[in-house]
Ligand binder design. Sequence first.
Ligand SMILES: [Zn+2]
Length: 108
Amino acid sequence: MNECGVVQDLLPLYADGAASEDTVKFLSRHLANCPVCRNAYRSVKREAEAAVPHITMEPEDRRFLEIRDRIRRKRTLSLIAFGAVAASAAYFALTDLIRSEQKNRKDA
Ligand SMILES: [Zn+2]
């Protein structure tokens, strides 16, 4: 059996820290004695580290942007709602004032 082939198949898991305890033991033992697989592990690890920002950061960023947009949208909506309430309150206050002003003039 070609142990190196098995080891190199498992290296991505090992580099991700996703391998089981037994696999980790097996791989560490093999890597300690096999320069070929050690070399392969180095390049797998380099690839895994280079890939980490793309794999784990991108969805996080997207989620962050979604949440930020949702908050912004909510803030905009409540500003619009507040503006509408304030505007109609001002409108009613003003028409009330005008009406009572007209009434006073008529009475006078
Ligand atoms: Zn090997």
